[in-house]
Design a protein around this ligand. Structure first.
Ligand code: SAM
Ligand code: DTB
Ligand code: SF4
Length: 342
């Protein structure tokens, strides 16, 4: 098993991206099987704990105060509401709970409240993840002390294309936050969005940047743009689905140990396309009817998909006896044993 590399070049990465599709998927599967159980998928449920009115201008985002998207703004949710949602996510079979806030960066009094949420969610036996915008070293350490497992902060695209998407926060700001998170001993969740009009080279460059970080992110979300009316990217040309799968496969090959997450955009994907993403090495999904503000496949559809594919949810790192974790999902063998009703 080859150790993960940190010296991928752009030329090598672009060469992977244009391999004949079967060859690329074969290579991605070889890597995937060397490092992971190909039948397992990590299930993460998202909750927007503070919605809308964000001062940033990310061109894809329905939560920016600058775009008229019809979104209802919401203040930071109370702890009890968050706990109820986390319990429901756990009971539905999620093993990670990710809380997102539409902030440029958190204020101290808000961070104290989020730290309490992290403590509570962790006590339920769930892995914890938050995404709150830019973070200082002190803030990252406070979250680590509260028991946070992952911090999500995406680079979104290549440095060259980034300026077309966001002007209020620099690429270096994002890299600095990733450094603060890593130095605090938190796991890094960092990926990007495809389908924003970027070129294959931009996608390859984003992956090179991620794979060149001092440590590969432990989680790499690959989002397909959700085109939200009112945002500047509402009419962006859709990406060829095979290019989306190529991006996942190349991420898998370059960052073998990472969880590669088939993230936003699943609601508009066929079951067959999602199966291709799993074949390409994706081994994590967002699970639950909603992402942050937009839709996601309902849990019944996801459960059925996993059963049809003979796949199963990954057992969480903190799962304990009190957590039903995977038991609510029928085992594929049990499903197969049921008499046909046709
Ligand atoms: N405000 C924080 C920040 O941006 O750092 C955290 C929340 S933000 C909504 C988290 C991530 O969601 C973004 O970095 C982006 O990658 C993703 N995202 C937001 N809107 C999206 C969309 N319309 N389609 C796909 N991904 C999206
Ligand atoms: C990530 O990379 N994707 C998630 C999560 N990290 C926070 C967010 C997707 C948001 C899609 C648009 C919305 O629902 O508002
Ligand atoms: Fe704000 Fe995050 Fe949306 Fe950017 S992606 S506008 S920072 S909520």
């Amino acid at each position: 098993m080859q150790e993960p590399r940190h010296d991928w070049t752009l030329a090598e990465t672009e060469a992977l991206y244009v391999l004949p599709f079967p060859e690329l998927l074969f290579r991605a599967q070889q890597v995937h099987r060397a490092w992971h159980d190909p039948a397992e998928v990590q299930m993460s449920t998202l909750l927007s704990i503070k919605t809308g009115a964000c001062p940033e201008d990310c061109a894809y985002c329905p939560q920016s105060v600058r775009f008229e998207t019809g979104l209802a703004n919401e203040a930071l949710l109370p702890l009890e509401t968050v706990m109820a949602r986390a319990r429901a996510a756990r009971d539905a079979g999620a093993t990670r709970f990710c809380m997102g806030a539409a902030w440029r960066s958190p204020k101290q009094r808000d961070l104290d409240k989020v730290a309490a949420m992290v403590r509570g969610v962790r006590e339920l036996g769930l892995e914890t993840c938050v995404t709150l915008g830019m973070l200082s070293g002190t803030q990252a350490r406070q979250l680590k002390e509260a028991g946070l497992d992952y911090y999500n902060h995406n680079l979104d695209t290549s440095e060259a294309y980034y300026g077309k998407i966001i002007s209020t926060r620099s690429y270096q700001d994002r890299l600095d936050t990733l450094g603060a998170v890593r130095d605090a001993g938190l796991h890094v969740c960092c990926g990007g969005i495809v389908g924003m009009g970027e070129s294959p080279r931009d996608r390859a460059q984003l992956l090179v940047t991620l794979a060149s970080l001092p440590e590969h992110p432990q989680s790499v979300p690959i989002n397909q743009l959700v085109r939200v009316p009112g945002t500047p990217l509402a009419d962006a040309a859709p990406i060829d689905p095979f290019d989306f799968i190529r991006t996942i496969a190349v991420a898998r090959i370059m960052m073998p140990r990472a969880q590669v997450r088939l993230s936003a955009g699943r609601e508009s994907m066929s079951d067959e396309l999602q199966a291709l993403a799993f074949l390409a090495g994706a081994n994590s999904i967002f699970y639950g009817e909603k992402l942050l503000t937009t839709g996601n496949p309902d849990v019944e559809r996801d459960r059925a998909l996993l059963v049809r594919l003979g796949m199963r949810p990954e057992q969480g790192a903190h799962a304990h006896a009190a957590a039903p974790a995977t038991s609510v999902l029928p085992a594929p063998a049990a499903a197969l044993a049921q008499p046909a009703t046709a």
